[in-house]
Design a protein around this ligand. Sequence first.
Ligand SMILES: *Cc1c(COP(=O)(O)O)cnc(C)c1O
Length: 366
Amino acid sequence: MIKFLDLQKINLKHQKEIENALLATFRSGWYLLGDKVKFFEQQLASYCKVPHAIGVSNGLDALRLIFRAYIELGFMAPGDEVIVPANTYIASILAITDNKLVPVLVEPDLETYNIDLNKIEGKITPKTKAILLVHLYGSIVFSEEIKVLADQYNLKIIEDNAQAIGAVWNNSLSGSLGDAAGFSFYPGKNLGAIGDAGAVTCQDDDLAACIRTLANYGSQKKYINQYQGYNSRLDEIQAAVLSIKLRYLDEENNRRKEIAHRYITEITNTKIVLPHYKIQENSHVYHLFVIRTENRDALQKYLELNGIQTLIHYPIPPHQQQAYSDMNELHMPITEKIHNEVLSLPISPVMTEDEVSTVIHILNNF
Ligand SMILES: *Cc1c(COP(=O)(O)O)cnc(C)c1O
């Protein structure tokens, strides 16, 4: 069987290094807010070329903390609006509503699956305070015009960079394009920990300090609490593993791009819509390789019968979830079409050429 993602194989590639780091961390007796986290934060900031990186517990918290910090700093208040793509993963929306901010859903572009940049300005109201740009499937969504628009309306640009670490836009890394960015190191992400982990990157000193404080009980000095904060810290163990894996990230992303290139050039079945990569050469790191077809469920079944595991990202859009019953009436035809037709093929840095060939061959015979 060709697995959708072989996490064991991905991590065993670095077995010796990771096991040594785990053992050293265990033996050090220091498990939180120590050297390993500090080192990883510096490494991540320098990789993304940003002034600040703050390790946190997971990707959802990274995004929640960014909004909460903007509220604490007086830039936003509950009831304000945040523009966000309608077809994103639920976490993007949760980070907004958890702060009592209002998500304003915008339809994606059917070719890139990212927010349709042309539809943003029409959604801006006096209450709009931010645009959450989700680099979905690993593909950067950005433009100079959107920066101008944000300046014009005094909006923050926040990146949901859970899926696109290492992607490049005009020589800038994802996570450095806006005011702040949330990263997820969930094990299946391109930079995956061995448990939950996340980070925030940002440009502004005050924002960074506020996020760091909020993530540690709202406290900068032990037992002195400035905010009603959270406990959302990155573990030393996860930081040690991530520091190792970050060194291999570009190499692993390049392997993903090679596989994507083969899929794009060799899948010739006209019933299948391949991902569009018109944007910029290195702006997609193929966290997911998502195809689209009207017979999605039949195709998934056929692939399964032929030993190929696939997943759907995502089967139900946020506005149709029970959790957001107040949005269930919204009509989002492009989003709904995407959710009905997408299918994610196996892609990972450890997939072999033979496995890629098999997937292509079987798809072309559908
Ligand atoms: C994975 C993911 C998150 C959340 O990250 P966790 O670490 O799982 O909390 C947020 N947004 C997007 C787009 C994601 O894919």
